[in-house]
Design a protein around this ligand. Structure first.
Ligand code: ADP
Length: 247
């Protein structure tokens, strides 16, 4: 098995002539937490959408686990275990926390919605859903609707629904965006926990979040790779410092 799980070559995305991602070559090692960071407008979200196939690249290739996935659809790559975190808007606010995870499990099994009529299946899904909710620190919240959850806990629910898809590699898009300090610390601890035995690519604006969490960090600015390395090396890099200070 190759040490590299995800690899891009010359990945480029243009929007009507504007180059948002330019010639990005990225290599993510299996079993690591890899951070993709950069100031606003650096191209992180565009990269994320390219990697999870929500956008088609203008040029370049993406390989995942030895396969060329450049032309694949999001659902196809998800079936291969490359799963992005759902956006909060994709968590159903009127369903309970438990129902949201149950739905994600059911989607993963790819079955019809008949499970609503099968008591045995329903109980099996609920057992697994409760385990996942416990894993992400949401035990006790099962009966609340997703909309009633405090903001920081919504991200935990999003991670539980992502885990329901049995990811080999998880892509998380700014999991701590807009959070208070104590919520950030909780989500960082959660990511560390769920990363065990998986590969995680974390798109993040906040350098503090990737510190201590990421084995390798790729810094983007203006669509290009500016630096790559561990936190100590990228945070000392004068070009990275300048990019973050906007100079
Ligand atoms: P980041 O996530 O690092 O803040 P983005 O990937 O969102 O950066 O954006 C990178 C650049 O591409 C920005 O200048 C943004 O305005 C531009 N961009 C992103 N999406 C589109 C789009 N659909 N159409 C035109 N320009 C876009």
């Amino acid at each position: 098995m190759s040490d590299t799980i995800l690899e891009t070559e010359g990945l480029t995305k243009e929007f009507r002539g504007f180059v948002a991602v330019s010639d990005v070559s990225l290599r993510v090692r299996r079993g690591t937490i890899h951070g993709l960071i950069g100031p606003n407008g650096a191209g992180k979200t565009t990269c994320f959408n390219l990697l999870t196939k929500f956008l088609q690249p203008t040029r370049g290739t993406i390989r995942y686990d030895g396969r060329d996935i450049t032309g694949m659809k999001p659902a196809e790559v998800a079936r291969l275990g490359l799963v992005r975190s759902f956006q909060i808007s994709a968590v159903f606010p009127h369903l309970t926390v438990l129902e949201n995870v149950r739905l994600a499990l059911q989607r993963q099994r790819g079955g019809s919605f008949d499970f609503w009529r099968s008591e045995t299946l329903l109980r099996a899904y609920d057992r697994r859903a409760c385990e996942l909710l416990e894993d992400v620190g949401l035990a006790g919240y099962e009966g609340l609707t997703a909309g009633e959850l405090p903001y920081g806990r919504k991200r935990a629910l999003e991670i539980a629904t992502t885990l329901a898809l049995d990811p080999v590699m998880m892509l998380l898009d700014e999991p701590t965006a807009g959070m208070a300090h104590e919520d950030v610390d909780r989500v960082v601890a959660l990511i560390r926990r769920v990363a065990a035995g998986r590969t995680v690519l974390l798109v993040e604006h906040n350098l503090r979040v990737v510190q201590g969490l990421c084995d390798t960090i790729t810094v983007l600015t203006r669509g290009r790779v500016l630096a790559e390395g561990d936190y100590a090396s990228v945070s000392r890099n004068p070009e990275v410092i300048a990019a973050y200070l906007g100079t």
